[in-house]
Ligand binder design. Sequence first.
Ligand code: ATP
Ligand code: MG
Length: 324
Amino acid sequence: MFIVEQTTMIQLEGIEKELLKKLEQKDYSLGQLSLMSEKELAEDLEIEEELAALIIQKAQEQLGIHPYTAAEFLEIERRRGRITTGSEEFDSMLNGGIWTGEITELVGSFSSGKTQLCFQLCINVQLPKDLGGLEGKAFFIDTERTFSPQRIEEIASFRIKNTKKVLDNILVAPTSNTDIMLAYINQLEKIIPEENIKLVIIDSLAAHFRAEFIGKNRLVERQQKIMNLAEKLVEIAVDHDVAIVVTNQIIAAIDQFLYGSGEEPALGFAWAHRPQQRIFLRKSRGSARIARLFDSSRFPDREILFYVTEQGISDTSPASLEFY
Ligand code: ATP
Ligand code: MG
C-alpha cells in the first residue's frame, strides 16, 4: 500500500488499512510527513505517537534523509564527475575541472571570458571520460542573448569532426525575464534524466534580477527570490549529479576589503554563499585571462593564467590539439 505523491510513493507495509485510509484522506506529501513532529501527526491522525514516529521515519527514509558517515561522503565525492575547461592550469586549480554535484560561479566584467568558457564547457561535457568529458549533454539558459552556435561550432571544429552532433547535444533556453528563467529551471528535474544532461549553464544569473527588481523597496523580494532559486539549484546539482555553472556580473564593492579590490560579485549575500566554487575572471594582456579561485570550502585560493583564443579556452601553448 502507498500514498502517491507525484511520482513518489510512500511504502507503508505493516501499517493497518484504516490508518492508510486516514493518511490518504489527509493528502500528506512525503516532504510534509518527513517534517512533522510525532506529536503533531499523532494528534492529527488520532494514533499513538510511536506509530506516528514510524510513519515519519519511513517518509524520511524514502526521501533519503539520514546522516552519512564522513567516509560515505568521501565515497560519494569520489564518484562525482569533472569537466575539463580546456586549460590544464584552470583544471588543476579545481582539482580536475568543473565538478558535478555543485555550483561553480564565474564572476567577471565584460569580455573577461565568462561566456567563452561556458561555450567551451558545452563542448567538453560531451567528450569521452578519458578526455575530460562526461559523455553528456549541456543545457544553456541564455538570459543575456549572447548564445552563439557559430562560435561553438568554430571552437569545436578545431578538435571534433562532427560539429553538427556537438550542436545537437546542447539545449538552449533563451529567456527574457525572471519568470521564464525560473520556469526553465523548474523543468530541469524532468529534462536532466531524459536527455542525459550533465552540465547546466545560466549565463548570466544576475541579468534579469538586476533589470527587474530596481530600487530599495524591492530588494527584500529580490533577495527572497534569489535565495529560493539558489536552494533549488543546489538541490538539482546534488540530486542529479550535474555541474551547474552560473555567470555573474561585477559591481562596485560596498565593502572594499572583502574581495581585495574595488569590485564584488552582484546579487549580494543572498547568493554569495551558495556556489561551492567562486572564480573571478579578469582580462590580462591580449587573449590572456586571469582566473582567481577564492573562498572555496575544498581548495586553496589560487590565481592562474589561461587564454581565450579562436580555438577556445587553452593554456599558454594550445599547439598540440588532436582530432577525435
Ligand atoms: P560579458 O559580461 O560582456 O558577457 P564575458 O565575460 O561573457 O563578457 P566573453 O564573451 O566570454 O565575455 O569574452 C569575449 C572575448 O572573447 C572577446 O573580447 C575576445 O577576446 C574573445 N573572443 C570571442 N570570440 C572570439 C573568437 N572567435 N576568436 C578569438 N577570441 C574570441
Ligand atoms: Mg557573456
